[in-house]
Write a protein that binds this ligand. Structure first.
Ligand code: OSB
Ligand code: MG
Length: 371
C-alpha cells in the first residue's frame, strides 16, 4: 500500500481546567493530528505533544518540523505491507518518538479500516472494557483537592492519581487516603525528586499506594533501582521508559515494579506492544498512561489497554474530564464500573468531527504522492 496523501494539523483544544504537574501547566491541547489517505480509506492519529519541553524534549513545534521534513517524506516513498512497516521505516530516526507515533497510529487505523478489523483485535486485545482512573493535577490547597477528588468519585472513578511535588506530597496524600481508606490511589512526581529525598518519599509507604510514578530524573534508571530498594511501594517508570531497550534495562536492574506504557512516548504501538510482552515475561504489571489526548489518541490508548497485561487502571478518563467538546463525534463516556468501552468498529473505531477539527486547527499542511 502506498500512502497517497498526508495531512497534518496543529490544534489548540482548550481543557475544561488547566492541568498542573510538579513542573509545568497546560491549558489547552497542543496535539498534532495526522490524517493518512490511501485506497479510498482514511486513518487518523494523534501526536499528543505539550506546549514546551516539560515532559519530553519534544514539543508541538519540534514535532511539526520533524514530521514535515523527515517522517512524511520517508512515508510517502514507502510501500507498506503491514502496520509494523511504519515503525521499521523510522529505524534510522533517533528520538522524536512523539512525532513518529502520530503517523504510526494513523497507519494502524488505516490498515484496520481497510481490513475491517478493530485496532484492539489487530493488537491482540482480550477485553471489551478497560479499567480507568483519573489523574488529578496539583491543587491550591487540601480542601480544594478533597472537593476535586470527591467530584471524580461521584463521576464513578474508582482509581485516583495525585500529582505530587516537594511541599505538595505527604500531606495531600495522607488527606485523600484518610478520607477514602479503600480508594485505589497512586502518585506521580514527574521527575522532581532526587535520591536525597529517599527518606522523605518513604513517608508515602504507609498510605497503601498502588505505585509511585517517576519520582527521579526523566532519563534515569540507576537511581530508581537504588530508591526502589528503599521503598515498599512499587516504583512505576513513565518518562524513563522511551523504548523497549529502556524497559529491558529497567527490568534487569529492578528499577521499578510497574511500567506505565504510553504508546506515544515510545514511538508507537509496535514498541508499546514489545514492552507489554517484556513486562509480561517478567511478571510486571503495566497500565496505559495518558497525555491528555483528544478522542483520537484516546481511542488508540483504549485499544492498547485491552491487551491482557494491562492489569492496572489506565490514565484514560472520559472525554468530558478533558474537553467541553471533543474532536470526535463519539466521545468516550465512563461506564458505572469505572471502565471505558473498547471501540469494536474498524480501525480505532472513532469518527472525527471534521467541522470542529477545522475550527480548532491553528496550522495545516499537506503533501501528496508526487507532490
Ligand atoms: O506524567 O502521566 C503523566 C499528562 C501530561 C503529561 C504527563 C502526564 C500526564 C498525566 C495525565 O498524568 C494523564 C491523562 O489523563 O491523560
Ligand atoms: Mg507520569
Amino acid at each position: 500500500m502506498r500512502i497517497e496523501r498526508v495531512e497534518l494539523r496543529q490544534i489548540r483544544l482548550p481543557y475544561v481546567t488547566p492541568f498542573e504537574t510538579s513542573g509545568w501547566r497546560e491549558e489547552s491541547s497542543h496535539s498534532i493530528i495526522v490524517r493518512l489517505d490511501a485506497e479510498g480509506a482514511t486513518g487518523w492519529g494523534e501526536s499528543p505533544l505539550m506546549s514546551g519541553p516539560w515532559y519530553s524534549e519534544e514539543t508541538y513545534a519540534t514535532a511539526w518540523v520533524i514530521l514535515r521534513e523527515v517522517l512524511v517524506p520517508l512515508l510517502l516513498r514507502a510501500d507498506l505491507q503491514e502496520p509494523e512497516d511504519i515503525d521499521r521505516l523510522f529505524t534510522a530516526v533517533r528520538g522524536n518518538r512523539f512525532a513518529r507515533s502520530g503517523i504510526e497510529f494513523a497507519g494502524w487505523d488505516l490498515f484496520g479500516r481497510i481490513r475491517g478489523q478493530s485496532l484492539a483485535q489487530m493488537l491482540g486485545g482480550t477485553r471489551e472494557r478497560v479499567p480507568v482512573g483519573v489523574s488529578v493535577g496539583v491543587q491550591p490547597d487540601i480542601a480544594t483537592l478533597l472537593r476535586v477528588v470527591q467530584d471524580y468519585i461521584n463521576d464513578g472513578y474508582q482509581r485516583v492519581k495525585l500529582k505530587i511535588k516537594p511541599g505538595w506530597d505527604i500531606e495531600p496524600t495522607r488527606a485523600v487516603r484518610s478520607t477514602w481508606p479503600d480508594l485505589l490511589l497512586q502518585v506521580d512526581a514527574n521527575s522532581v525528586y532526587t535520591l536525597e529525598h529517599a527518606d522523605h518519599l518513604a513517608q508515602l509507604d504507609p498510605f497503601d499506594l498502588l505505585l509511585i510514578e517517576q519520582p527521579l530524573a526523566h532519563d534515569d534508571i540507576i537511581d530508581h533501582a537504588q530508591l526502589q530498594r528503599h521503598l515498599r511501594t512499587p516504583i512505576c517508570l513513565d518518562e524513563s521508559i522511551v523504548s523497549p531497550a529502556h524497559a529491558r534495562r529497567a527490568i534487569e536492574l529492578r528499577a521499578c515494579g510497574v511500567i506505565n506504557i504510553k504508546p506515544s512516548r515510545v514511538g508507537g504501538l509496535a514498541a508499546a506492544r514489545q514492552i507489554h510482552a517484556m513486562a509480561q515475561a517478567a511478571s510486571l504489571p503495566v497500565w496505559c498512561g495518558g497525555m491528555l489526548e483528544s478522542g483520537i489518541g484516546r481511542a488508540t490508548n483504549v485499544a492498547l489497554a485491552s491487551l491482557p497485561g494491562f492489569t492496572l487502571p489506565g490514565d484514560i478518563s472520559a472525554s468530558r474530564r478533558y474537553f467541553r467538546r471533543d474532536i470526535v463525534t463519539t466521545p468516550f463516556d465512563l461506564n458505572p464500573d469505572s471502565t471505558l468501552t473498547v471501540p469494536a468498529g474498524p480501525g480505532n473505531g472513532i469518527t472525527v468531527d471534521e467541522a470542529y477539527l477545522e475550527e480548532v486547527t491553528v496550522e495545516r499542511w499537506e503533501l501528496r504522492t508526487g507532490g
